[in-house]
Design a protein around this ligand. Sequence first.
Ligand SMILES: Cc1cc2nc3c(=O)[nH]c(=O)nc-3n(C[C@H](O)[C@H](O)[C@H](O)COP(=O)(O)OP(=O)(O)OC[C@H]3O[C@@H](n4cnc5c(N)ncnc54)[C@H](O)[C@@H]3O)c2cc1C
Length: 540
Amino acid sequence: MIETDVLILGTGIAGGIAALKVAQAGHRVVMLHRGTDPEQKNTRWAQGGIIYTGPGDSPELLTQDIITAGAGLTFPAAARLLAEEGPRLVREILIDQLQVPFTRGADGEFDITEEAAHSVPRILHQNDTTGLAVNTALMAAVQAEPNITILSPCTAIDLLTLSHHSREPLDVYAPNTCVGAHVLLRQDGKVETVLARETVLATGGLGDLYLHTTNPRGTRGDGIAMAYRAGARLLNMEYVQFHPTAFYHPLARRFLLSESMRGEGARLTLRNGEEFMQRYHPLGSLAPRDIVARAIHQELLAGGEPFVLLDLTHKDGAWIRSRFPFIYTECLKYGVDITREPIPVVPAAHYSCGGVATDLDGRSTIERLWAIGEVACTGLHGANRLASTSLLEGLVFGHRAALAIVEALKSRAYPPFPRIDPWVYQVEESDPALILQDWMTVKYTMWNYVGLVRTRKRLQRARQLLRELQDEVEIFYARATLDDGLIGLRNGMQAALAVLYAAMQNHTSRGCHYLDESEKFSPGFSIMDNPAAPPLGQGF
Ligand SMILES: Cc1cc2nc3c(=O)[nH]c(=O)nc-3n(C[C@H](O)[C@H](O)[C@H](O)COP(=O)(O)OP(=O)(O)OC[C@H]3O[C@@H](n4cnc5c(N)ncnc54)[C@H](O)[C@@H]3O)c2cc1C
């Protein structure tokens, strides 16, 4: 049993910033790191950059751009807050404190670039590996902080709530209170109980639920699933953003071709060279990403082609190599020289605009449970996310949650930690073939039926398939020896169903939820309360 002031699940930008701030205020922090495999966090793979500020920019203009991208569903206070606090925190934390080596021009000034749907150039980047630069600097600072203990490799299994996990009388706690998590220490297979005064979900997104995704392996909605089982409210889960341009090659895992390529002049064409985007939007290749993604999807369906092309060959080769070194090298590994030939691309699941519903300090609807970064939904992105807002979101809301948690630790009277029932180990062998096959079902079902274009028939078919599979997975989970793969499959099923149910509730096409046969008069959003929560007070 481990006891701490704050438990943080996840080591991406949101978890890292929150951990640093809480620890620097003198509190003990335990952080969970899923593995040494850097593939497992989105932060590491962010390419284009992070919003900062540029000539002619202002908080009002940025707020307006976020709201416009959000297709009428953005919570304006969240957008305003990001626009007002974000650039200052980039300067104070990323540039001054962590000294992230953002790219500078020959004049020594930051190289500020433009991206699709931004009114002015305002993006700070480290060539096309911004996330790697941020992650390296942040993790170095986290590892050097004496108040932070990192458990690694370690996978959270479930959040601990009194109503689910303790026989303690409830009179000293608010009814639905989170007191930490059960976690799997993967080296020896032991399940540890981590008790915390405050618990923070920073577990990232869910792109890996889909057949094609820009996300690394393991972005399977663990935090969404854990929060849902604990009884938290989820919001806007149907709004999964698809990135229009992921590299297509039969042997390569889809990786993202940054939106800044189109910002820098890359054109989308069919294989016959036709530039088709003007048929869909006056901004052509610079149209908002959901419109571009659906346009490509339509063209692929209409033409029966496996991919379209992204063409940057009219630009100077040396410039391309220095501006997009990662993309250049990765494509070349598969025989595509982007300085000489157009790149085959397909759309791919990219970002979850919805998540665990929180206020603007990251408080969820469960006492003492916070959610920040991609796993959370403050309403910032509405029905669609503006490019390069999510690293900033992790920074701003990670920072705000940390301040609020430090305040809570000062002002709250915490009762002693409750007694938690010991973990019951199962002994049946896990079966990798079952896990693999079940994942294929989830990914194909989500891609074809709950993907870029949804219809009622497709959603109903998905419900049939996924519900049946979930029953099987739960039985399997209840009997088999626990490992990261099994935990992930159970969570992936739950998260997929959360997206599906939200899509079924929302009868209006908007932003990145596109429903054929959409209805004009419906709320246009989804709120999922907690039917999963057991009656209060019943421990088991
Ligand atoms: C290819 C790509 C390019 C992108 N480019 C940009 C960009 O240019 N600009 C921008 O702003 N955004 C970009 N994004 C989005 C952005 O990177 C993410 O939204 C953001 O980094 C999310 O940060 P996070 O801290 O919320 O989550 P993550 O960075 O994904 O971190 C989640 C953490 O939680 C851990 N975790 C998950 N489940 C468990 C569990 N059960 N137990 C323990 N730990 C767990 C993970 O291992 C990881 O450490 C990009 C995303 C991708 C995939």
